[in-house]
Design a protein around this ligand. Structure first.
Ligand code: HEC
Length: 733
């Protein structure tokens, strides 16, 4: 009896879910109109607007319409959404703001509550790249991986799901959820920690799970894989694979719903650990790392995959934003996805077949020399890039030729506008590859990496054998001749050729882009300038100084016939502890603002300069039992555990621990071991460090503070500035 009833109930439920309406997407127009309905602007994620209220002739009359204080001082990477006069956007950690798009009046805000211990798993600051809106709900993924659906009218939580499969591992969420018909799809970050990537689709209506797709297999010893695609992928992982560490492949940014094929295209992340000699000793392509994977919207089954970086050794993720388009290929119009991942190539991939139509390098690449369209594989060059047997200089560097900052595609000009960084870094194995211990919930990159705009100078300070290997490397001359370029380009997708380029301020100056049909390209820079350029030539049409660093992409919308341009300000993201001296965040602090412009608007208020640096305060006396060995051990522990957040550089967003005052020194153990400041994002360490190790770190910091204070008092005596900065980032996890 009961059995029968539950069968009937199941059938009824099945009917209900079958009957669930799947909203259809109108793909007859390309580019956003008055509304900008998702962070990418339109169904194609084009960051392109059809609005023509702003023209090359009048854009110089732009002024501030309104501004809104986002109330924080960390990273801002989201592109706002505007629907019928209401702006919705996310700030760091997954805060959400709903504002009147004409006046900036606050309608509601949402701050996710979370155990801030999760900060320890966030490699790249508290970034959040945006919200999704559907069925009267605003959806956001908070840093701790909770997916929230908020009532678009009130901000009240309608449903909430925990998207993380294992909280003992270093998962976080930073990307924008993507609406796919009746579903919303979200992934996560943490491939350098100890995670295994996946995306999950939930019903927008009630948050119930529709399907989940893992991007890489699990340990075959633990039973069958979740789906047949993963059984097939197993062959591309070696028998010695360190499944226990995780494997990576996290989908931390781009997820694109392709309504024309009713498929969800995901970009998967790097391998974890980075070093393949640790991750999958003996090699293999390691599917589906660094790939675009198309999944059926309804079932989550794989339709095709295209691996952009096989055998990843270099953190060359494929999670960067995707642009859907229709393009002329040999006389026929093909549905394509345009993709510029970290690995330095510009891919034009057929959305129906998953095959690359074009794949041209846009920067120096020395992990692969070119792409073979016949075999659909790169021509790989391990001799110049495999660091298993010694240090290598690798192009592109792991921050990528491109990264999360969105590109814009203008189909009328066939131009892809994007910020591009051409730069290499040095990589080597920091120790033996056997028996590497998993660091639970923490960094497991397994590679030593040096990022620097001046690799030659960085090499000079390295141990002689590493320096010698660098100087003997075939790319050494290239490094000396052209250390880096960082520029905004207009690119022809099929050839990868640059139509025009304008230089950025430095290798840390990078930003998202907006393009309009009327021929304007908008972008900011970290010095706090917002530019309008001629889309045909790159020539500057207008700029305004805002005094606040801009990384995020501007967007545009119209209400009652008036066109607006909006952008969020805030420095941060990968490498956030190293604020370049040319950044507004360096001289004026890291104000998180939402700035909105219109023709005839007013002046932008500019934040005041920060006060000059003071010499480091007097540290307490060194521990009486401190030895040089203890201080050295403390230094190594500091680099390994603390350096990710505490860069100890001038004007860094987080405290310089060489400038601690007496009170902080007195509370050091409470802060570090007992978690006194966890709610403020300073993790607790008693699971990783014992009292003796923390004392060694403290001894190292007292020693550093003593040296720094002596030096700064001397500089002050001579009337010299105090803020000298290291330009080299060593990450050795
Ligand atoms: C995930 C990022 C992160 C890591 C890793 C981290 N910290 Fe922090 N730490 C913070 C934040 C955020 C603050 C500032 C909290 C606040 O606003 O009061 C902070 C503050 C501190 C302070 C107080 C400084 C002051 O002047 O107020 C101390 C001491 C400190 N951290 C020690 C450490 C040590 C030692 C380690 C390594 C074992 C470490 N931290 C690793 C994020 C981090």
């Amino acid at each position: 009896m009961i059995g029968r009833r539950s069968i009937a109930l199941a059938a009824a439920l099945a009917l209900v879910s079958c009957a669930e309406e799947v909203p259809q997407v109108d793909t007859s127009t390309y580019g956003a109109g008055e509304n900008w309905d998702n962070p990418g602007g339109d169904w194609a994620g084009s960051h392109f607007s059809r609005l023509e209220g702003l023209t090359k002739d009048n854009v110089a009359e732009l002024g501030l319409a309104w501004e809104y204080d986002l109330g924080t001082a960390r990273v801002q990477e989201a592109t706002p959404v505007v629907i019928d006069g209401v702006m919705y956007t996310s700030g760091n950690l997954g805060r959400v703001y709903a504002l009147n798009a004409v006046t900036g009046a606050e309608l509601w805000t949402f701050t996710p509550e979370m155990d801030m211990q999760v900060a320890r798993a966030a490699c790249c600051d508290f970034a959040n790249r945006g919200i999704a809106v559907s069925q009267g709900k605003v959806m956001v993924a908070a840093l701790d991986g909770q997916l929230y659906a908020l009532d678009a009218q009130t901000g009240a939580v309608q449903w909430q799901v925990d998207t993380i499969v294992d909280h003992t591992r270093g998962y976080t969420s930073t990307g924008a959820p993507e609406v796919a018909g009746n579903l919303v799809v979200i992934g996560n970050a943490g491939a350098e920690m100890d995670t295994r990537g996946y995306v999950t689709a939930y019903h927008v209506s009630d948050g119930s799970k529709a399907w989940r797709f893992f991007t890489i297999p699990h340990d075959p010893a633990e039973g069958p894989q979740e789906n047949p695609e993963l059984e097939a992928a197993l062959d591309t992982w070696s028998d010695e694979t360190r499944w226990d560490i995780g494997g990576g492949g996290t989908v931390w940014d781009a997820i694109s719903y392709d309504p024309q094929f009713d498929q969800v295209i995901i970009g998967t992340g790097n391998g974890g650990p980075y070093a393949q000699a640790i991750r999958s000793p003996g090699g293999g392509d390691n599917l589906y790392l660094n790939s675009l994977v198309a999944l059926d919207r309804e079932t989550g089954a794989m339709k095709w995959h295209f691996q952009e970086t096989p055998q990843d050794n270099w953190d060359l993720t494929a999670t960067q934003p995707m642009t859907l388009a229709q393009m002329d290929v040999d006389g026929t119009s093909r549905p394509v996805v345009l993709h510029t991942p970290k690995n330095g190539f510009f891919f034009v991939i057929d959305r129906e077949t998953g095959r690359a139509i074009a794949a041209n390098p846009i920067v120096r690449t020395n992990w692969a020399s070119s792409w073979n369209l016949e075999t659909q594989r790169p021509n790989m060059t391990p001799e110049t890039s495999d660091y298993t047997n010694g240090p290598q200089i690798v192009f592109p560097a792991s921050p990528g030729a491109r990264n999360w900052y969105p590109a814009a595609y203008d189909p009328t000009r066939n131009s892809y506008f994007a910020h591009v960084i051409d730069m290499g870094n040095m990589l080597w194995l920091p120790g033996p590859v056997d028996n590497v211990e998993r660091q639970p919930g923490f960094m497991n990159a397994g590679a030593a990496i040096i990022f620097s705009p001046d690799l030659a100078a960085a090499a000079a300070s390295l141990p002689p054998p590493i320096r010698a290997a660098m100087e003997a490397h075939p790319q050494w001359q290239s490094v000396l001749d052209q250390p880096f370029t960082s520029e905004l380009r207009a690119i022809d997708p099929m050839t990868g050729a640059t139509k025009w380029a304008v230089p950025g301020l430095g290798w840390q100056d990078r930003q998202g882009v907006l393009a309009t049909q009327s021929g304007i390209v908008f972008h900011g820079n970290v010095a706090g300038r917002l530019f309008a350029r001629d889309a045909d030539t790159g020539e500057e049409l207008w700029h305004v100084d805002t005094g606040s660093s801009i990384l995020a992409a501007p967007m545009t919308y119209a209400v009652d016939g008036v066109q607006y341009v909006a952008v969020q300000t805030g420095w941060g993201g990968g490498g956030w502890g190293f604020v370049p001296p040319y950044a507004a965040a360096y001289s004026k602090g890291n104000a998180n603002r939402l700035l909105v412009f219109r023709l005839g608007g007013g002046a932008v208020p500019i934040p005041a300069d920060l006060p000059a640096l003071e010499p480091a305060p007097e540290p307490p006396a060194q521990f009486t039992d401190a030895t040089p060995a203890m201080i050295a051990m403390g230094g190594a522990l500091f680099t390994e555990n603390c350096g990710l957040c505490h860069s100890n550089q001038p004007r860094a967003p987080l405290p310089d621990l060489r400038r601690m005052n007496a009170g902080v020194h007195a509370g050091f153990n409470q802060i570090v071991l007992e978690g006194l400041l966890v709610p403020r994002g300073m993790p607790r360490w008693n699971d990783r460090l014992n009292a003796e190790q923390v004392k060694a770190i403290h001894a190292f910091l007292i020693d550093s503070q003593t040296t720094l204070r002596r030096r700064e008092l001397e500089l002050q005596r001579r009337g010299l500035p105090l803020d000298t900065q290291s330009l080299t980032i060593l990450s050795n996890f």
